[in-house]
Every structure is written in C-alpha cells, then in structure tokens.
Design a protein around this ligand. Structure first.
Ligand code: ADP
Ligand code: MG
Length: 242
C-alpha cells in the first residue's frame, strides 16, 4: 500500500491559484525532500495532506484514508499523519511528558498507566530520555523542536510531515534536529520534508521533489536531482551562482 497518493491537487486562495495540479506518490519507507523557492506552494501542499486546508480539485489518500476536500474525515486522517512546523508550539504550562501524552490521552484514550512507557519510548527516539519532567522554557530551541517531534511520534503516525523545522533555530542548534530526523529516516519512518538544507536533503532523502510555481517541476532520486538537474529552473535553484 502507498503511504501517500496525491492526484491532480488544485488549491486556490480566492483568485490566486497556489497548487496547479500536483501529482505525487510516496511509498512506505520513502523519505521525500520537498525543495523550492519561497511561495512555490510547499507548505500549502503539506497542509492539504494533513487536512489543515481545504482544496478545490483532486484527490489525496494517506495510508488508504481519503482526505476529504471539505474536511469531513479529519479524525481518521490525523491519526495517520504527524506534522511538525517551524515553530514548535509546545504548551508552556505542561511539562515534556504532559505535552507528549495530551493528544494520545484525549484522542486515543491512552490509559494513564501506559503513559510513562510511551513517553520513554518517543523521547528515546529523539535522544531526550532524561527530559520527561522538564518544562519547555528549560530546554533549548533544538531540544524543544525534538520534543515536538516526539509529541508527533506519540500518535504513531504512518507518515510524518516536516515543514522547515530548523528554520527558526540558531545555526548551532539545527544539527541536532537534523540528526534526529535522519535517525527516524534510517529507522524506516515514511516522511515528507520541506527543507532549505540542500546537503541534508541530498543525504537523507531517497527522493527529492522540486516545486516551482505550484507544480512538481522535477522529481526523482535525490542523487539525480542534485547531480543532474534537467531544467534551468532547478539548476538555478540549487546553484544560483552558476
Ligand atoms: P512555500 O511554503 O513554498 O513558501 P506557501 O505554500 O506558503 O509556499 O505559499 C504559496 C502561495 O500561497 C504564496 O503566494 C502565498 O502567499 C500564498 N498563501 C499561502 N497561504 C495563504 C493564505 N492563507 N491566504 C492567501 N494566500 C496564501
Ligand atoms: Mg512554507
């Protein structure tokens, strides 16, 4: 089964057409980097996949669940898709463990006695096993972003979406977050990651999608996309000085 299938996705904001017929499939275990200029529609595509935006035309299926254009079957969908944004938005008045278990308890009815094990499991995956009792303001930006990733993992998603998760971080903190993501990739997590970190995309993603003006302009194996861009638009994007 495919993890994600997008067919002819079209999305406008009023008169502005932002996605002009996107086709994309993602197999289980794929790590797909999404690159492209600001305004090319990357975030909008991710938000459509997660049901955060309605769209006008096309079809999206995540792990066999159809994403309804009008937002009808969102609950089933949200169990399958985890999303991490640039701003991590942890609840400041809850500690790390409480941030992580809130959704599993409320949405999935996770019994209290299973909370500690879940917290330990997901914090271990992001390298923060000793931080369960910490409050967000006691953590660095990089650690907070890793907690946000752990919080997403706690819902056991089939697909993870990352939207420029290191853009708001100081340069010295991006490395630890990228390392966490590449470890998830190695562990077989299916993911779509919007990133400006070209070296990271090339190294970690097995496929790369270049979006341009609301379309998938080029896509292929990351090696090929970066080593042999076919279009002038992609060449210019990855090596603007040439
Ligand atoms: P990217 O993530 O690639 O930078 P976005 O998906 O954020 O691109 O934006 C694509 C286009 O859609 C841009 O022109 C942006 O201004 C526009 N856009 C995004 N969100 C909205 C919105 N809520 N209302 C109107 N226009 C929007
Ligand atoms: Mg964006």
């Amino acid at each position: 089964m495919l993890a994600l299938r997008i067919e002819n996705l079209r999305k406008s904001y009023g008169a502005l057409t932002v996605l002009k017929g996107i086709d994309l499939t993602v197999a289980n275990g794929d790590v797909v980097a999404v690159i492209g200029r600001s305004g090319s529609g990357k975030s909008t595509m991710l938000r459509c996949i997660n049901g955060l935006e309605q769209f006008q035309e096309g079809a999206i299926e995540v792990a066999g669940h159809k994403v309804d254009r009008s937002g009808a079957n969102l609950r089933a969908l949200r169990r399958e898709v985890g999303m991490v944004f640039q701003s991590y938005n942890l609840f400041p008045h809850l500690n790390v463990a409480e941030n992580i278990t809130l959704a599993p308890r409320v949405v999935k009815g996770l019994p209290r006695e299973q909370c500690a094990a879940l917290v330990h499991e997901v914090l271990a995956r992001v390298g923060l096993a000793d931080k369960a009792g910490a409050y967000p303001d006691q953590l660095s930006g990089g650690q907070q972003q890793r907690v946000a990733i752990a919080r997403s993992l706690a819902m056991k998603p089939k697909v993870m979406l990352f939207d420029e998760v290191t853009s708001a971080l100081d340069p010295e903190l991006t490395g630890e977050v990228l390392k966490t993501i590449s470890e998830l990739a190695r562990a077989g997590m299916t993911m779509l990651l919007v990133t400006h970190e070209m070296g990271f995309a090339r190294r970690v993603a097995n496929r790369t999608v270049f979006m341009h003006q609301g379309t998938v302009w080029e896509e292929g194996r990351s090696e090929d996309i970066f080593a042999n861009p076919r279009t002038p638009e992609l060449r210019c994007f990855i090596a603007p000085d040439l």
